[in-house]
Structure formats: structure tokens, C-alpha cells
Design a protein around this ligand. Sequence first.
Ligand code: GAR
Length: 197
Amino acid sequence: MTYPIVILGSGRGSNADALLKAEANKQLGAAKIVAIFSDHEDAGILELGQKYQVPAIYIDPQRKGARLSDEAEQNYIDRIASFSPKLIVLAGFMRIIKRPFIEAFEGRMINLHPSLLPSFPGMNGIGQAYEHGVKVTGCTVHWVTPELDAGPIIDQKEVRIQDKDTLEMLEKKVHISEHQLLPDVVARLSQGTIKPL
Ligand code: GAR
């Protein structure tokens, strides 16, 4: 049985790339990435569509800021649903999505966050951890629920912060940890070895 996945992102798409690479290397279980969506027309993540022969779709957010317009959210819901995904992965999707969007896919939507939640939710999780001076941070994959970055945690990977680390060095380390954690979680979800929400 295949396990169709849709990825949403706003930026360079290094985590989407890690997932697509893992799929190409047969490390993603039954998972098959069937579409990529972005709210930024020129986002790097959309360029992965051509590289991996996957539909890459821009949907106009219809407004600036943290949230999509109601009409844009409905467009996302309809276009995503047309791919009948078993899983929706938010991999750097920098919008707070509202309740109807979440409820349309609840139990099928996960988010990647660059800190060890519940520490440092919201924007700039890596910078927040660095500024705070914690010695251990990392990344989290969790189920998306209406409370921002607060859904049940599926798994986490830790990264130690050394005194000599600059913010840039820490960013690199956290991204490396994300590129390991996210494909691992997706493979386990597709194999049914993770408890559903
Ligand atoms: C990742 O570090 C992800 O954890 C973060 O955006 C980055 C996307 O990078 N997400 C958030 O901060 C969500 N609040 P990518 O575009 O290279 O995958």
C-alpha cells in the first residue's frame, strides 16, 4: 500500500530535499511524495519539483503576515485534498494555519520545528535557544493541532551547543539533525510503527 505525502514549505526546502532524497534511496518505507506546495512563488522548495519530477504548486496566500486569507486556506485545502494524502508535512511552512485547515487534515498533519519543544516555540527557534544560552537544543516533529507548536510530540533529536559555536554553526547543526529526524519519522509513520494521533 502506498502512503502519499504532501509537503508544504516557504523557504529553501532543505528538509523537503532530505525527504525526496530518502525516497529516491528507498529509505522512506511506503511513503511517496506526491506534491509540494508553497506560499512563495520563488521559494527554493518549488525548484525541487523539477529535480524530482513531483508537482510543485504555488498558492497565493492573498496576504502578508502570519496567516493566509480564508479564501487562500480553502484553496490549500482543496488542492491538497485532490492528492488524497495520508500525511501532510509542514517543513518550514511559515504561516500559522487556522482551525478549519487543521481540522480538514487533523491526525494526518505533522510539523517540523527547530527546537526541543515545548522550549522555544514560534519563530526563530534556533536563535531563541542560542540567545537563551541553553546547552542542548535540537528539533522536534509533532502532530499539528490548533494550539501553535503544542501538538503531541512524535520524536525529537538533540544537538549540543558548544561554547565556541556561533549562531551560524548552531543553525547548521540543527539543520543536519532535522535532515535525519524528519525522514526517519516519515518512514516510521508510513510503516505504521508510530501511534496515530
Ligand atoms: C527548518 O529549520 C524548520 O524547522 C523551520 O524552518 C526551516 C525550514 O528549512 N520551521 C519553523 O521554524 C516552523 N516554525 P528548509 O526550508 O531548508 O527545510
